[in-house]
Ligand binder design. Structure first.
Ligand SMILES: Nc1nc2c(ncn2[C@@H]2O[C@H](COP(=O)(O)OP(=O)(O)O)[C@@H](O)[C@H]2O)c(=O)[nH]1
Ligand SMILES: [Mg+2]
Length: 245
């Protein structure tokens, strides 16, 4: 029997934390008596993350590891979703795993007539975001742009999520944006194709300060959002076809 649940863990230069993250998730899911797999998707690490992921895959029968050449969070998440065998796929960050979120979100996406994706929102009522004010401000601006510019119904896209694989994996094949935009594009495509999305609040407590540079991320994300907006409009034109990688 294939496992009912897949947890995807994108991992880049995580030699310090990957072991604990996998252990925490695997132990917690074993305690719950769930059939599950954990897919660690490493790409472009300059430390020994790939070797650690391979070792973990040897130690834990539930763990698989994938490695891709270029560092790209979005591509890693996409590869994990496409490789997953569980009916439900949950993604965590190595420094932010939340089994409480999983417990609440999985029953929401499991029924075939329910939402196909549930995001753990840092911005909805009941959430608590302990990140610094610059990160929170950027998340706020990004969320507003998505709502106003794209008509997105959920208040957050980037972070923990649970998805019904059979509905979401085919859409992931059409996604062309990587890095931080993959999950945003995926949820936009889900809503555009008539699937429902939902959100539940999360308490964001990262186990280390953010590593990605805001300075590098803002121009990249703004450029990406403009390109995504244009790409989605173009697909609506007569004869416009969704991008296929
Ligand atoms: N595979 C892969 N994972 C990544 C990449 N960049 C970040 N991650 C993972 O994405 C998650 C969040 O990354 P983190 O560095 O904590 O992002 P920050 O909190 O925004 O600084 C962690 O699990 C990282 O290992 C990447 O280029 N490739
Ligand atoms: Mg982090």
């Amino acid at each position: 029997m294939p496992p009912a649940l897949t947890v995807v863990l994108p991992a880049h230069n995580e030699s310090g934390m990957l072991d604990d993250a996998v252990r925490e998730v695997a132990t917690g899911l074993r305690e719950r008596g769930r059939s599950f797999e954990i897919v660690v998707v490493e790409n472009g690490s300059s430390d020994d993350t790939a070797a650690i992921a391979n070792r973990l895959a040897g130690e834990w029968p539930e763990v698989r590891s994938l490695s891709l050449p270029e560092p790209d969070y979005g591509r890693a998440l996409r590869a994990g979703l496409l490789a997953a065998v569980g009916d439900v796929v949950v993604n965590f960050d190595v420094d932010f795993t939340d089994l409480g979120f999983l417990d609440r979100a999985v029953p929401i996406v499991e029924p075939p007539d329910g939402p196909a994706v549930v995001v753990g929102s840092k911005r909805t009522a009941g959430s608590a975001d302990t990140r610094n004010w610059q990160r929170r401000a950027i998340t706020g601006v990004f969320s507003t742009l998505l709502r106003v510019g794209f008509g997105l119904s959920v208040s957050d896209t980037h972070g923990v999520k649970a998805m019904r694989r059979e509905a979401m994996a085919p859409l992931a094949r059409h996604c062309r944006f990587g890095q931080d935009l993959f999950d945003t594009e995926l949820i936009l495509r889900a809503e555009r194709s008539g699937l429902r999305s939902a959100e539940i609040p999360v308490e964001v407590v990262e186990k280390r300060p953010a590593r990605s540079s805001i300075r590098a991320r803002i121009p990249r994300t703004v450029k990406g959002l403009v390109a995504l907006r244009l790409a989605l409009w173009r697909e609506r034109l007569p004869g416009g076809k969704p991008a296929v990688l």
